[in-house]
Design a protein. Structure first.
Length: 216
């Protein structure tokens, strides 16, 4: 079966519809546990743990149980997620800095740097999510996970570019509707990466959708 970004998007939309309450609850919880900043890496790893079980149907089914499972996973992953937290904070700070200087000082070169940083962040978000997903599923060393992520880009360049474009659209919608950043964006992007990676590994999303009585 040839990988199709269309199937991943359909799976995301349909699963998002039936699990919207959990997506909102986990997204809000993500921001709350990320307030110390250094815990943001562990918060992302925990999102993958819980939402993967939602996608496969192997985890808790109630929102309260899922939130409890998420908090437990955050505690387990705080230390492991510290390097990831550092990378995220570095990229976000530098992008903000470039934009701030470009807009306030009307320095074109810095503004262009900020725009370039947005593209880098877009690709970086997709790559980071893939890296976390691969490391979590394969339990390989971080260096090996980076190589596998690069291999994923090389072998599925067209698919990854389309995935980055979809992520860009999702983030663009979040800019227009700021509440979506709080309530949907973290869990939504994570769930989309899970669906996309499952598509690349040959898993039929119809199996997941069948649990809800929904045809693919």
């Amino acid at each position: 079966m040839t990988p199709s970004i269309r199937r991943s998007v359909i799976a995301l939309v349909k699963l998002g519809y039936y699990e919207m309450t959990s997506i909102v609850a986990l997204s809000v919880l993500f921001w709350l546990v990320s307030l110390p900043l250094l815990s943001v890496g562990g918060a992302i790893l925990a999102l993958f743990d819980v939402l993967s079980s939602v996608y496969t149907g192997t985890g808790p089914t109630g929102e309260r149980d899922r939130m409890s499972s998420y908090l437990q996973s955050v505690r387990r992953n705080v230390i492991r997620g510290l390097p990831l937290s550092g990378v995220i904070l570095f990229v976000v700070f530098n992008t903000y800095w470039y934009f701030a200087i470009g807009l306030w000082g009307r320095a074109t070169q810095f503004l262009l740097g900020g725009i370039f940083s947005v593209y880098v962040i877009l690709i970086g978000i997709v790559s980071m999510l893939r890296l976390v997903n691969i490391e979590r599923q394969t339990e390989v060393a971080p260096r090996q996970a980076i190589r596998l992520t690069a291999t994923s880009w090389r072998q599925h360049t067209h698919f990854m570019i389309l995935q980055s474009s979809v992520v860009g659209v999702i983030m663009g919608i979040s800019v227009v509707f700021p509440a979506a950043v709080l309530c949907i964006l973290p869990a939504g992007l994570t769930l989309f990466e899970i669906a996309a990676y499952e598509e690349l590994t040959g898993t039929d999303p119809g199996t997941m959708l069948a649990r809800y009585g929904v045809p693919e």
